[in-house]
Write a protein that binds this ligand. Sequence first.
Ligand SMILES: NC(=O)c1ccc[n+]([C@@H]2O[C@H](COP(=O)([O-])OP(=O)(O)OC[C@H]3O[C@@H](n4cnc5c(N)ncnc54)[C@H](O)[C@@H]3O)[C@@H](O)[C@H]2O)c1
Length: 293
Amino acid sequence: MSNRRRPSPSQRTVDGRTAVITGAGSGIGAAVARRLAAHGCPVALADRDEDGLAATAEAIGGGDRTVLTRALDVRDRQGLMAFAAEVAAWAPQPLGMVFNNAGVTAVQGVADSAPEDDEWVHEVNFGGVVHGVRAFLPILLAQGSGAIVNTSSVFGLVGFPHQSAYCASKFAVRGYTEALRHELRGTGVRAVVVHPGGVRTNIVRNSRYRADFGGRNPTLQEAVADFDALARTTPERAAEIIHSGVNRGRARILVGHDAHLFDALARIAPARAYDVLHALEPLARLGQTRVAA
Ligand SMILES: NC(=O)c1ccc[n+]([C@@H]2O[C@H](COP(=O)([O-])OP(=O)(O)OC[C@H]3O[C@@H](n4cnc5c(N)ncnc54)[C@H](O)[C@@H]3O)[C@@H](O)[C@H]2O)c1
């Protein structure tokens, strides 16, 4: 008889169990950390940004049995292995969820892209996920439960101009996580891929920015203002959707109405998806004006 069955609700829920979150010093990672802590999860937080980490830990409060912080760069495989050992020794509750969330973007055209910026994006967005899985999967397999939650993007569903390295890294996260999910059948451990649409965070502010989607070159400040106008979902709402998706046993989680549109277009018209999204952009801006008014 096959032992391949869906986890029971009690195996699925992450509430009350220890959660690990990379990129927890800002945006979606910080919001997920705050939300999970509010649902009784001890949280182990990592980020290269020590100040951001400290701010997230302070917002959570509760002391060193509730929050563990570690400044590290997810490109550092040994650093992540050491962090996993530290978390295993610290965790007040069994590990429920490992959130490989840290990410960056470089916005530039392929023809004149800086190779070091492409490498940076691949190493953080894909390398960081692979290192995080390698470090924490043995712990989850040994206990026979828990979820690996890897952050892709809607740019892991549809290719966008001037986001080639970012799209490639996010398509890679998606493929890697789907492959892992099938390998994990019967182990009690799950692999989940998250595809956020636009979420109002520091992602563009923290980017290496050379050109927008149209190949124009606004200042970083203009690009940030534009992103803030188009990105509809708050980090808190994103955290709510992700938390609920993991607790419900979802294998893939779409964050925001725009993510559902990307997903539908990628299926219905894969070769034209970007063109349709590009044509709809003025409507998205109009909607923003109405919302703001
Ligand atoms: N904001 C969006 O619209 C959006 C959309 C789709 C996917 N995502 C993805 O969501 C994830 C979270 O991004 P966000 O939007 O919250 O952005 P953010 O910039 O607000 O937060 C990202 C965090 O990752 C950290 N980080 C970056 N490089 C790191 C490294 N090498 N090592 C350790 N930490 C590092 C940053 O310091 C920051 O705290 C990323 O993977 C991003 O690609 C975001």
